[in-house]
Design a protein around this ligand. Structure first.
Ligand code: LLP
Length: 440
């Protein structure tokens, strides 16, 4: 293995935009010294650059506004549904997508106006539907016929008419990890186009008195670096709209999926490029068929919060397996960052206390969990580690804490928002009492 130097300048593109090395040689985020944050709040610790979240939200919002197609930017809260983040994103004028009753509660508790909430889910329970209707949500994205029936039953009972979109499976294959590809025919999500199922769904929705069909929805996959799949999906959807008739179908929601860089060699499209490609694809496909161009909605999650967040871990045991490799274990792992295990995701760590030190050694960076697969970075190129070093994992802001668990009874980490040299604790660390609070 060649030992080329890895210093902060190489990692700038995967770290939050405000990241820099301060005079003490420490990593700084949002003007806050990462070593000091870890000392104050303990580890593992999740630190968000609040300005980065705000800037990404604005970038999507402004880019969509500039296209003139109308429509909404809907933040996919599954990426991270912490209250501070949701409040900040809603304050920028974004709507919020929730995929469960839990995420609905998160959005409402964060003060997101109910009419700006879009309710997703492939198996919404009757209580979840009731909670959404009680709150007065703006849009329900309907996944299946059971849900059309249940929604109609509950809406007619309330004398309420609900705006809905129908989720369609367009049958296009996005290039990404198979566990996060969604638009293909063989999917649990949405009404398939095959054999008229989606056509029947549109008829069903149009005949249902308390549901107002406003448009269609697709989501193609996540962590997409190549946007070619969007024109392909738009074409399929325009053909479908031509077949069922555009009546009332004023919204085309193209879902989320824009990828981010986890390693510095990747260059994801910008929010502006994503919006232009997606909106342009819809405009072109609808225009080509002489259809009235709908409003275009997008649902970015990862691209809003992913780069903003980092995990900070403390190095504990360092173990040399002679002739094989050196293991360095940190005080978290698959309980707070599951992506490497679930999607073979590769991250680019650095040592926060020596942020511009040259990487001269290789480690398998592992967690503390009782499981061989608890590997955070298979081959981490780092400066020589010492017990007590603070390791920073960049680009963990999306699907990090939102997928955290209590495996091995591990309390979930605290979350801090850093901005302009001030750090705000937004989620305290779980205590063991929290972990065991449900035991009877
Ligand atoms: N809209 C819908 C309907 C979705 O299902 C998703 C993600 C999004 C929007 C947001 O996609 P994004 O812009 O974040 O790619 N846990 C996986 C990602 C699962 C994504 C599920 N759906 C990961 O860590 O890679």
């Amino acid at each position: 293995m060649l030992a080329s130097p890895v210093v902060l300048s190489d990692l700038q593109s995967v770290l939050p935009p405000s990241a820099r090395v301060n005079a003490r040689g420490h990593l700084e985020i949002g003007g806050c010294d990462a070593v000091d944050l870890a000392a104050e709040h303990g580890t593992p610790l999740v630190v968000y650059d609040a300005a980065s979240i705000r800037d990404q939200a604005r970038a999507f919002r402004d880019a969509l506004a500039a296209t003139g197609v109308g429509g909404e930017v809907v933040y996919a809260s599954k990426a991270y549904f912490g209250r501070a983040a949701l409040a900040l994103i809603a304050a920028e004028g974004l709507a919020v997508d929730v995929a469960s009753g839990g995420e609905l509660a998160a959005a409402l508790r964060a003060g997101v106006p109910a009419e700006r909430v879009h309710v997703h889910g492939n198996n919404k329970g009757p209580e979840e539907i009731a909670a959404a209707l009680d709150a007065g949500v703006g849009t329900v994205v309907v996944d299946n016929h059971h849900e059309l029936d249940e929604l109609e039953r509950q809406c007619s009972g309330r004398g309420h008419t609900q705006d809905i979109l129908l989720r369609i499976t367009p049958g296009v294959q996005a290039e990404t990890h198979h566990r996060i590809a969604t638009g293909q025919v063989d999917s649990k999500f949405g009404f398939p186009l095959a054999q008229g199922a989606a056509h029947a769904a549109v008829r069903h929705a149009r005949e249902t008195p308390h549901l107002r069909l406003r448009g269609l929805h697709v989501h193609l996959g996540s962590q997409l670096m190549d946007l070619d799949v969007f024109p392909a999906a738009a074409d399929v959807m325009a053909r479908f709209v031509a077949e069922v008739g555009p009546d009332g179908l004023d919204v085309m929601d193209m879902g989320g999926g824009l990828g981010i860089a986890y390693t510095p060699d990747r260059r994801p499209p910008s929010p502006g490029t994503f919006v232009d490609v997606v909106a342009g694809a819809v405009v072109d496909a609808w225009t080509a068929r002489g259809l009235p161009v709908p409003r275009v909605t997008i649902e970015p999650g990862r691209a809003i919060v992913g780069r903003a967040g980092v995990h900070l871990y403390r190095v504990g045991a360092i173990k040399d397996v002679p002739g094989v490799r050196t293991y360095a274990a940190v005080d978290g792992g698959m309980s707070d960052l599951l992506r490497p295990m679930l999607y073979d995701a590769v991250y680019s760590p650095l040592v926060a206390g020596r942020a511009d030190a040259e990487a001269t050694a290789h480690y398998r960076l592992v967690g503390k969990h009782c499981e061989t697969g608890d590997v955070l970075v298979d081959d981490a190129h780092l400066p020589q580690l010492e017990r007590g070093d603070l390791v920073c994992m960049p680009a963990t802001g999306a699907y990090g804490v939102s997928m955290a668990s209590n495996y091995n009874g591990q309390p979930r980490p605290a979350v801090v928002f850093a901005e302009d040299g001030r750090a705000r604790l937004v989620t305290r660390r779980e205590t063991l009492d929290d972990v065991f609070a449900r035991e009877l």
